[in-house]
Design a protein around this ligand. Sequence first.
Ligand SMILES: *[C@@H]1O[C@H](CO)[C@@H](O)[C@H](O)[C@H]1NC(C)=O
Ligand SMILES: *[C@@H]1O[C@H](CO)[C@@H](O)[C@H](O)[C@H]1NC(C)=O
Ligand SMILES: *[C@@H]1O[C@H](CO)[C@@H](O)[C@H](O)[C@H]1NC(C)=O
Length: 253
Amino acid sequence: MSSKFTASLCLQLSFLLLLQTVFSAQLLPPGAFCSQLSLNFTADHDPYATSLNELMQYLSYHSASTGFSLGSKGANQYKTYGLALCYSYVSPTDCLNCVVEASKKIRRQCPYRKGANIWYDDCFLKYMNLDFFGLIDFSALVMCNPGNATDPISFNQHKTELLSQLANNVSTSLKMYRTGELELAGSAGKLYAEAQCTRDLFSVDCKQCLDHFIAKYACNGRPGGRIYGGSCYLRFETYDFFSASKLSQNLGV
Ligand SMILES: *[C@@H]1O[C@H](CO)[C@@H](O)[C@H](O)[C@H]1NC(C)=O
Ligand SMILES: *[C@@H]1O[C@H](CO)[C@@H](O)[C@H](O)[C@H]1NC(C)=O
Ligand SMILES: *[C@@H]1O[C@H](CO)[C@@H](O)[C@H](O)[C@H]1NC(C)=O
């Protein structure tokens, strides 16, 4: 892993996720990570700004059909690389809306930066003036649901087991995601989870990214959580947050 990607950002936010439904297209206030590592450009007429505009249009246009897009625009020192990922249970319409919004917001949140990540409820968008494709970006935005799981120790064990299985199995999916469920002990109901990676990663790196997050950002004892990463994504809940798109998942995996 290159040292320029080791700067890891972790914003611990306690967030009220409980009121959300899988049908809501509502966007979270975005979490943005403006790269400190790459130089700024200077003005709206900088050729890098032109490359960035073209890249954002490209990503907006190409993400919805498969939930992922990747591209680069510009040349030489003005070249910019980017990707956009929608989470697997997000509909194409919500994906489009999210990436369009993210592509505007990322430039307002990180003006004149040559690199930035932005996370929304439904999607993730990243650009950089370096070719980062295939490299694991460990930056993360972590949101743990408030409250306590009924039996935190047992809950954590089940959660780790399910998430680890998903991290192992994700390599068998062309779209680099897996969803799964597990019966909790007693009458505590079920645990539902998803693991997903950006599709520029090799499977082995996808697993490494997920395993790192499982070990590091556990939301211990919390009844739900989301880890929005620069290369991978994890979510677990005690309700079925992906059922609405189960059919398309089965077709799409
Ligand atoms: C880039 O711009 C930001 C915001 O204006 C500023 O805080 C930062 O120091 C600048 N970084 C460099 C490397 O010039
Ligand atoms: C969760 O558990 C902690 C420690 O036992 C306690 O301090 C806290 O108030 C609990 N939170 C809720 C929402 O029940
Ligand atoms: C992972 O794959 C194994 C082997 O195919 C399977 O038995 C298991 O149910 C899968 N687990 C999940 C959570 O997808």
